[in-house]
Design a protein around this ligand. Structure first.
Ligand code: PMV
Length: 370
């Protein structure tokens, strides 16, 4: 039954013969990063999440990608160059090659062109902030712009849905970066339209408390992670607590629905912080086990708890697959929390660096075709 659903839906992303032919062109998209509230950790082929997740789309942390393309004679292989901030990046090639292979059936024009991918991030490359979500999302949108030019029947809704579908095949969480301000990825009976294949905008009412929410990202460790997300996801296959964890994520997502509607910040904090610590608990209880938090990650968490105890602040934290801490708080607490961050938390950041971000509304196209 599930297989049928998957097959049928996958077919929908395979285009019919294109109507138009184009020789060359260029598209630019800018796409934000996102931070999960209920975490995705564990997947099976092809990039199908073991549990549904939900994220806030960010605003300032983003990747801008220009994809230029020109028709080539030979059609037997992928052909592309990739640049980060103007510098050729051979090291990015394997990831893009894997991505192209995964999406080739859905974008039959891929072998017809030579591509130049020029990308830049609004955040420093060595900040410990993963650029795969924003990067894969921006690249997928550029590819969809080409598909739309080849076949202008593509509707706006399908454009976004397929771009999210493609982004997922590049990096799972990337499929949650195209729209805002809350996006769900992964089939959940309580969320109509949710799918394992692409992200969808959270469809229910959200209380004012969560509008314009803030995320200050404290850069605790800007180095390369010792264990990649891919390895971490795979370690969930034989994980002793996998089933309980996947069930818990489903329950947490369902519990968030009334919390988001009613603006219940205390209940929100409990779920979000528990999700962050559970993600890292899964890492610590994998075989082989690993720890991505650093001593300063724990210092910050303890300071946040002490501050909450002392004041009536609704500040909380979440973590992604690294040592950095995302500090989340409602917009109306901005002044008070900014002071607290400057006075008490910045000392635990590498070189005192942090990024002030907030909830955003998704990707933007920057230029039209040349
Ligand atoms: O998209 P990936 O494969 O880099 O995995 C991301 C996993 C987490 O950031 C830890 C959680 C999430 O849901 O974004």
């Amino acid at each position: 039954m599930f297989e049928d659903f998957l097959k049928m839906t996958l077919q929908d992303f395979i285009p019919k013969a294109y109507k138009n032919s184009i020789k060359k062109g260029s598209y630019t998209w800018s796409s934000p990063s996102n931070i999960a509230l209920v975490k995705y950790w564990g997947k099976r082929d092809p990039q199908i999440p073991e549990n549904p997740s939900i994220s806030f789309t960010l605003d300032h942390c983003k990747t801008t990608t220009t994809l230029s393309f020109s028709k080539k004679q030979e059609k037997n292989d992928f052909s592309f160059e990739i640049y980060l901030d103007g510098d050729k990046k051979e090291s990015f090639k394997p990831k893009i090659e894997t991505f192209f292979k995964r999406v080739a059936d859905y974008l039959p024009f891929l072998k017809d062109y030579h591509f130049v991918i020029e990308t830049s991030n609004s955040f420093p490359h060595s900040s410990g902030i993963a650029s795969s979500a924003s990067g894969m999302s921006a690249l997928s949108l550029c590819l969809m712009s080409i598909e739309k030019e080849l076949n202008e029947d593509v509707s706006d809704a399908f454009f976004i849905q397929k771009a999210s579908f493609l982004a997922r095949l590049g990096s799972g969480s990337a499929c949650r970066s195209l729209e805002g301000d809350l996006v769900v990825w992964g089939q959940h009976d309580a969320i109509n339209g949710s799918s394992d294949l692409y992200g969808v905008k959270y469809p229910f009412e959200v209380h004012e408390n969560f509008k314009n929410y803030r995320d200050t990202i404290l850069l605790v460790d800007k180095g390369e992670k010792q264990v990649s997300s891919t390895v971490g996801h795979n370690l969930m296959h034989d994980h002793p607590f996998a089933k309980e964890r996947f069930d818990q994520a489903k329950t947490n997502l369902e519990r968030l629905i009334p919390i988001l509607k009613e603006g219940d910040l205390e209940a929100f904090i409990k779920i979000v912080e528990s999700e962050a610590l559970t993600l890292h608990a899964m890492m610590m209880t994998s075989m082989p086990y690993f720890i991505l938090m650093k001593p300063n990650t724990l210092e910050i968490i303890n300071k946040i708890w002490a501050f909450r105890e002392k004041t009536d602040s609704k500040i909380c934290f979440t973590l992604d697959a690294g040592a950095n801490v995302h500090v989340l708080y409602p917009a109306y607490e901005s002044d008070q929390v900014s002071e607290f961050i400057k006075n008490e938390l910045v000392a635990f950041c590498q070189k005192g660096h942090y990024i002030s971000d907030r909830i955003g509304f998704g990707a933007n196209q920057l230029t039209m075709k040349n």
